[in-house]
Design a protein around this ligand. Structure first.
Ligand SMILES: [Zn+2]
Length: 476
């Protein structure tokens, strides 16, 4: 059973032994074979028979290099290992994707894997996955030496936020992808290998080879344009998402029209088309998490002291009024009961230090971890909650965002930067997006600022008048 591609000599000692959907390459080093990627489980036999068809023996495979851990590149490995006593290589971080085998070696960035006449430089190029590696090596063709190169994970669908959420991957993988593309552009490549045939036109080039004396795979003009196209695709993913998945967060609910952080405010926000709710969490004297913004209760109740000076029962005696509408304080758990199951995004702001574990536990109880971003102006609060619950997305509220802030946030795995709306420019948003961060604006006090923040291609904003944003988004 041969596959949908005929095995063939691609150039020098490199042979194509894969299928149309998943490339595998065989390198004859003169002292054993190296196989790069093994394809799907169901096409492992195709790879094995392709090796035989070319006159090689699968048992001579000494090394199996995996470009990354996704099943289309590595699920064939157990079958091949049942025939060949090969040593396997994988990038650290990709162990979670593989099944049925354990890598013998994790690559080191910049490592050279040598066998016979072949020396393969392995570069860490994460993004598509955490452990994606790319390969570069010299190949002799008719007495001339060429440089072969492969980008180990070019696909950009894996950079989409819903995909990343499903796989519990960091949104920062996007930033890694852009950095990897930049790094790869510095490599000179004469023979561009694809781990999918559509990357380098394997099928078309093969067909050209049949009728031509010139090897179309040897072409140093293909590599950089391909990387440029990868970059454009990744930018498009992020740009489209900033519109399609934009989050209109009712800020403390629809707080222009209703008493803030009350059920009245949250339901009004939903009614006005918000697809997110932003709220603030504090703890009462008797240890109950409630939704309240200010450090003191004076503005909303006229009374002295802070939330932590009162029990829940005492706080329930107060009423909050706005525009003639009246409501009472909301317990965080009650909020999650009523809204947690809905298809909306939550921005949960930590207003007190020390209550991070309780907030995370409550979010876990109602299963809202994946669709929430926990934020704070207090860096220590987001650091602590991320340590306690690494699965939570965290965002940092900042007035001005410096490059140092970005590095600080990255260091703790923070994925969202929340600058003040009036500090935002399209250039800054583009830069933060390329770094891998989601960008959410706050401090949107009027409609002009709202339009500005939206037009800067942010991914969301907190707004007291979500109806106006809903309206604006209809035409923009
Ligand atoms: Zn993949």
């Amino acid at each position: 059973m041969l596959g949908d591609m005929k095995p063939f000599r691609l150039a020098g000692n490199i042979y194509f032994v894969g299928t149309y959907k998943a490339s595998s390459h065989l390198i004859d080093t003169g002292d054993g074979l190296i196989l790069i990627d093994t394809g799907y489980e169901e096409t492992a036999d195709v790879v094995i028979e392709s090796v035989t068809e070319l006159g090689f023996d699968i048992r001579d495979v000494k090394y199996i290099l995996h470009s990354h851990g996704h099943g289309d590149h590595s699920d064939g490995t157990p079958k091949i290992l049942s025939l060949a006593e090969a040593e396997t290589f994988l990038g650290a971080g990709d162990e979670k994707y593989i099944k049925g085998w354990t890598p013998d070696h994790l690559y080191e960035d910049g490592q050279v894997i040598s066998l016979g006449n072949t020396h393969i430089l392995c570069l860490a190029t994460p993004g598509h996955t955490e452990g994606t590696y790319s390969f570069f090596f010299d190949v002799e063709v008719d007495g001339k030496v060429y440089r072969a190169g492969m980008f180990g994970g070019a696909g950009t669908n894996q950079l989409k936020r819903p995909y990343l959420n499903r796989r519990k991957c960091s949104w920062l993988n996007r930033g890694l992808y852009f950095k990897s593309v930049e790094r790869l552009k510095k490599e000179h490549v004469d023979i561009f290998l694809g781990n999918h045939t559509w990357n380098n036109g394997t099928k078309e080039n093969y067909e050209k080879m049949l009728t031509s004396d010139v090897n179309p795979f040897i072409d140093d003009t293909k590599w950089v344009p391909f990387l440029n196209s990868c970059e454009t695709l990744a930018e498009t993913v992020i740009r489209n998402e900033s519109r399609d998945l934009f989050v209109n967060y009712a800020h403390r609910g629809a707080s222009t029209y209703t008493p803030e952080n009350t059920f009245l405010a949250f339901y009004t926000g939903m009614y006005m088309g918000a697809n997110g709710i932003e709220t603030d969490v504090q703890m009462t004297k008797d240890g109950v998490l409630v939704l309240f913004h200010d450090d003191t209760i004076m503005r909303l109740t006229g009374a002295e002291g802070s939330v932590c000076d009162y029990t829940l029962e005492e706080l329930r005696q107060f009423t909050f009024e706005k525009e003639g509408q009246i409501d009472k304080i909301v317990v965080f758990e009650d909020f999650l009961k009523q809204f947690g199951w809905r298809d909306i995004t939550f921005a949960i702001e930590i207003k007190q230090a020390g209550i991070e574990p309780q907030i995370a536990d409550m979010m876990r109880k109602y299963g809202v971890e994946g669709k929430s971003v926990v934020t704070s102006f207090k860096f220590d609060c987001i650091r602590k909650i991320k340590e306690y619950a690494p699965e939570l997305h965290i965002g940092w509220l900042k007035r001005n965002v410096t490059d140092e802030d970005i590095e600080k946030l990255r260091a703790i795995g923070g994925e969202e930067i929340c600058p003040e709306a009036q500090e935002i420019t399209p250039e800054k948003v583009e830069k933060w997006h390329r770094e891998g961060f989601n960008v959410r604006a706050w401090g949107v006090y009027d409609e002009e600022l709202m339009r500005h923040a939206y037009d800067c291609m942010t991914d969301g904003m907190t707004v007291n008048f979500p109806d106006k944003l809903t309206e604006y988004r209809k035409d923009n």
